[in-house]
Design a protein around this ligand. Structure first.
Ligand SMILES: NC(=O)c1ccc[n+]([C@@H]2O[C@H](COP(=O)([O-])OP(=O)(O)OC[C@H]3O[C@@H](n4cnc5c(N)ncnc54)[C@H](O)[C@@H]3O)[C@@H](O)[C@H]2O)c1
Ligand SMILES: [Zn+2]
Ligand SMILES: [Zn+2]
Length: 366
């Protein structure tokens, strides 16, 4: 089959998008015409952390949705024209967790062969998290392309792929919130606001949003926080514990990536509560957890610390469910899109993310 010509924003080629050529999909792969991609903070981390171990050039983007354009050999569950959201953690079916049937705890993910080439020199491009959605076209493993209902708008559906499934999934799968639980969410960006939405869907009692940006705190309330705390106004641990009946919260979710926020999440727990670490840590990051304090120490407070990767998602089940929740108006994706941009504006979107008042910029590709 012929190669497809496309345009992609490559890392190491900042500014204008460059031309790329995309090889035909191989066995069990699909070529996707990407129509929308959210810009997640993890893409910015990849940029700021020198590629996070990937070889340059790199096609960023892992919050993408589009249409199947070609299917490779052996693909029977998709046909050209199907609308899909791309999952970066489709279970590998090989690792110990998959073998014992615990697909949500998969150690790896299905990956395609790298099929995007920079046109000027034929250099093979890495794809962030096996996706590479800051591109008009990409090739992914066929089981990572999750079919959407025909009436699901893809420029909203793309958010499901990372920010939304991570935040909502943290409250459904990683550390399931029970009805009536008190919940704190540290960091109210795209992921944290999705945690708030998940906690609300799970019928939490108090949902306390913590951020350093007053605009984010206003949005936290719009998305379902019952209380908010500006961490710049004093000790957020004391403020959250006071709001949670003086005893702390049953669940604290950290969606920032700073060690201090993980320490705060653990310290604000009620007895036998669970803290969930979601934010991507920087290199050489470590935390200091007190074990022995009678009120907030890990031992005496019987604290549990979990780590969330992509909301422990099983994409084939979760993505259609989240789309249904959106179509039933129980999950707000519309308000999460704060700006619609083009492939030329990726650098601006990163800058906006670093400086502030954005939930998700969504790149429209066609
Ligand atoms: N574990 C996963 O599977 C997964 C998935 C997606 C994103 N992430 C990571 O989660 C983090 C959040 O992603 P995002 O896209 O929501 O980012 P974002 O930039 O949209 O949001 C981060 C928020 O943290 C707030 N913040 C910064 N410092 C703070 C502090 N000291 N206390 C409280 N709030 C503070 C910011 O104001 C901002 O609102 C990033 O580190 C990202 O890489 C992890
Ligand atoms: Zn696996
Ligand atoms: Zn992401």
């Amino acid at each position: 089959m012929a190669t497809t010509l496309g345009r992609a924003a490559l890392l190491l080629e900042p500014g204008q998008p460059v031309s790329v050529e995309i090889d035909a999909p191989g066995p069990n792969e699909v070529l996707i015409r990407v129509v929308a991609s959210g810009v997640c903070h993890t893409d910015l981390h990849v940029k700021n952390m020198n590629g996070l171990g990937m070889n340059f050039p790199i096609v960023l983007g892992h919050e993408g949705a589009g249409y199947v354009e070609q299917v490779g050999e052996g693909v029977t569950h998709l046909v050209p024209g199907d609308p899909v959201v791309i999952a970066y953690r489709a279970p590998c079916e090989q690792c110990p967790a998959c073998k014992r049937g615990d697909l949500r705890r998969c150690w790896m993910a299905l990956r395609p062969k790298l099929r995007i080439k920079r046109k000027k020199d034929g250099a093979t491009c890495a794809q962030v998290l096996r996706c590479g959605t800051f591109s008009t076209h990409t090739v992914v493993h066929s089981k990572a392309a999750i079919k959407m209902p025909a009436n699901m708008p893809l420029e909203k559906a793309c958010l499901i792929a990372c920010g939304v499934v991570t935040g909502v999934g943290a409250t459904f799968n990683t550390s399931p919130v029970y009805a009536g639980a008190n919940v704190a969410v540290i960091g109210c960006g795209g992921v944290g606001l999705s945690v708030i939405q998940g906690a609300k869907l799970a019928h939490a009692n108090k949902i306390i949003g913590v951020d350093v940006n007053p605009v984010k705190l206003k949005w936290a309330k719009d998305f379902g926080a019952t209380h908010v705390v500006n961490a710049r106004d004093g000790d957020p641990v004391a403020a959250v514990r006071a709001l949670a009946d003086g005893v702390g919260v049953d669940f604290a979710y950290e969606a920032v990536g700073k060690p201090i926020c993980i320490e705060q999440a653990v310290k604000m727990l009620a007895y036998a509560g669970t803290a969930t670490h979601i934010g991507l840590p920087e290199d050489n990051a470590s935390v200091n957890l007190d074990l022995s304090d009678m009120d907030t120490g890990v031992y005496w407070n019987k604290a549990c610390l979990r780590v969330c990767h992509a909301g422990d998602t099983l994409p084939s089940y979760d993505f259609p469910l989240l789309a249904q929740l959106y179509l039933q108006k129980k999950l707000d994706l519309d308000s999460m899109v704060t700006s619609i941009i083009t492939l030329n504006d990726v650098e601006d979107a990163f800058h906006e993310m670093e400086t502030g008042n954005v939930i998700r910029s969504v790149i429209h590709l066609g």
